[in-house]
Design a protein around this ligand. Sequence first.
Ligand SMILES: Cc1cc2nc3c(=O)[nH]c(=O)nc-3n(C[C@H](O)[C@H](O)[C@H](O)COP(=O)(O)OP(=O)(O)OC[C@H]3O[C@@H](n4cnc5c(N)ncnc54)[C@H](O)[C@@H]3O)c2cc1C
Length: 393
Amino acid sequence: MTTRIVVLGAGYAGLPAARRLINRLGDAADVTVVSASPSFVERPRLHQTATGQRLRELPLAGLVGGPRGGSLIVGRIGDIDLAGRRVRVQARDGERTLGYDVLVYALGSTVDVRAVPGVAAHAHTLSGAGSAERLSGALATASPGSTVAVCGGGLCGIEMAAELAESRPDLRVLLASRTEPGAWQAPRARRYLRRAFDRLGVEVLAGAEVREVAEDALVLAGDRRVPYDLCVWAGGFTVPSLARDAGLAVDDQGRIVVDETLRSVSHPEVYAIGDAAAVPGPWGAALAYGCRTGSFTAPCAADAIADRLAGRTPRSFRFRYFHECVSLGRRDAFIQFLHADQTPSRWVLTGRLAVWYKNIVLDSAKVVFRHPGPYTPRRRPAARPAEPAPLAS
Ligand SMILES: Cc1cc2nc3c(=O)[nH]c(=O)nc-3n(C[C@H](O)[C@H](O)[C@H](O)COP(=O)(O)OP(=O)(O)OC[C@H]3O[C@@H](n4cnc5c(N)ncnc54)[C@H](O)[C@@H]3O)c2cc1C
């Protein structure tokens, strides 16, 4: 009997996990991937979409399917019935109910539009391809001299402000941030960033605690108003409420709490990976939102599932941070190298070499989608009974 594995999401986590499961389990499993979008959404390049650049499309059908592949369902997940082991999907051709023996939850994150009043009503975001295209449309009609306020001094805010200033020097780009942008980085990276913003003409409003996004102005602490023509909110990520609503154990941000093999602590037939999971790092805190979390958790979860189905003890997840790649438009970037626990080291790569480095990192993720390993031979498990649950540890 084959094991039914349903993978929810086809981003940096879901896609390589599905491919690796297909490689490892072959005919012993039916792998079905559900994604809201028919193509892979390269979220770290959404600021390029927002500034009118066309990205190469990567249809999921070609990555998931194929002669030895799995099935792809394009649709939105309605709800998860954990007791009945079913997922309801609103697919293009109507509602579908998918039964599973093992569920891999990889629904990623979105921009948190509830962080501050007015964001959902008045600000643009870079949550997904649709929101980036809407921002692109709005920017295309912005007249010269218009003020675009980008809120958030984290990576998304920095990259968005720089990309916009480079591609639209006729606009006034204002970056409002609670702290100095990139405050957590090494002094050399911060100096480089300040010089890049000066060169690009990005005005930085540091120490700005945005209390509300009104229709035409940011309202800061002390009721100070900063007028804008267009606002982009990059104030942080959150996760969909689907996991919490279903009854999975989640942390205070709604991320699924997992053990060292990325298995839900409340439901052993569910694995969670990528941004959707609260994965404990060896230094204590959960891993940060990021593609690398997805790329590293995916193979570990796929291997844990395959190992358990074969009656083997899975390996624990191991992780260390290595770098943070920050683009500053198309011609400049910097790479902040990190210690294992994400604290910055003193090594920083800048300029054209950093642009090249970041492109290689992003492109190599897409190579892994096609060749997700394992790269060393492993024994395939024998066919398992249809109901393997509860899965033995
Ligand atoms: C502008 C921007 C720049 C970024 N830059 C970087 C960077 O430089 N470095 C870095 O490490 N990270 C960066 N990130 C973060 C990175 O993109 C995410 O952390 C990463 O995409 C998370 O991978 P994931 O697989 O967990 O989720 P995602 O890549 O978000 O994939 C989620 C999947 O779930 C699907 N999905 C979601 N909800 C539903 C639903 N209800 N029904 C059906 N399908 C659904 C989606 O269609 C998608 O297939 C950036 C993000 C943004 C927005």
